[in-house]
Design a protein around this ligand. Sequence first.
Ligand code: NAD
Length: 415
Amino acid sequence: MEVTVIGLGKLGLPLAALFASVGHKVNAYDASKTLIESLESESYKSSEPGLIDLLQNSKSNLNFCHELDKSTETTSVIFIIVPTPSEEDGYFSNDFILEVLKNLNPSHFANRKVVIDIVSTVMPGSCEGVIRQTLERKIGKPLGEELGLCYNPEFIALGSVVKNMQEPDMHLLGESSSWAGNIVEEVLASVVTKSVLCQRMNLTEAELVKIAVNNFVTMKISYANALYQAGVALGNVDIDVVTNAIGLDTRIGRKYLKGAAPYGGPCFPRDTRALTALFDELGVPADLSRATEMLNKSHVSFISELVNKSLGEVKTVGLVGISYKPSTPVIEESPGVSIAFDLLARGYRLQVWDDENAQLPSGLHEQATYSKDLSALVEASDFIVITRPTNKLELLLTKLEQSQKPYLDLWRQQK
Ligand SMILES: NC(=O)c1ccc[n+]([C@@H]2O[C@H](COP(=O)([O-])OP(=O)(O)OC[C@H]3O[C@@H](n4cnc5c(N)ncnc54)[C@H](O)[C@@H]3O)[C@@H](O)[C@H]2O)c1
């Protein structure tokens, strides 16, 4: 099938490459000229596992476009994966999506079936509201037999984007008509490597599912973290023994039920804030999502208190892990960054090291010392805090054992 992908960022590019890798003819457009040039010249770099190989192996099916107009002429489905940044009130902005829609060429939609598939995360009500209005006005015809609108957010985590797209728990698909949903389902099904159920529903239902799923997971994380705090307060409690037993109840499950670090990254925090904002707007009690956010913030202080109990007077703390998870250098709302700022505010000197080469944000950059390698970090620190799972566990444990320095592994990876 001929498909178009608009927005070739952390999510859009892997999706375009996957579509191309299974034989679709993909017109790939991004507003960044520099990005398109780097993709064309094959100088594009990414640490996302599998992405560069995928691009290399699928290049005969990838047509990188410098203009939006060149990408939609004969395509059957247009995937839109542009940013939807969070606004101050927690809502997501649709401005980038609307800009794309306003720049579509109506003549490309004449006398044929075309589906617009929104992959960007949007607030419930967006697709049936402002997105539908803008699309219909621009194309000059209503949603129906020729013009379809779908909403199909991806559940991926950076560092495993390709794998998550190939092996999702489900496909979530909101649709304006079943013919449109059929087309999108067919394209999505073509890239998976296991059997995947496609959950089809109306547009608003799918919008609600997307943020509700992420909020349920953050609620579970905060719940486990509250238990972790209770376990420390009680004493003589191995929190993993507790959460492993709780998770054996099939109504609950073990995934994401581990007392460890706060949640972070580009999706969990903002999707949770969005659900709180939506509930407030609708007059629905938002206590659960609000408590989830509050617990997540206070868990940072709890971790600093643990360090304080171990270290006492002001000394140098070595922090391992600045990116929000392994296999990605992204630091957006990263627990490592929050913990670093909290420790600095408590007067600790800070050495940091990151196995993904994550860069320190401003503020932290000026106050903390970035160790050039793990040995330097261990040497310069009195106490080490491991903020997230690492791909370099063996090396880390060896260095810690050699140095005999005390440490706190929030994830207890050596178990
Ligand atoms: N990154 C994630 O982990 C993740 C996970 C799930 C959902 N999402 C959602 O996917 C969407 C995109 O996220 P991302 O992380 O890929 O963003 P990103 O910032 O990495 O990439 C967005 C891309 O869109 C391009 N763009 C902006 N305006 C454009 C326009 N008018 N026309 C064409 N291209 C344009 C940018 O140049 C950029 O390359 C967001 O709504 C986000 O919430 C992201």
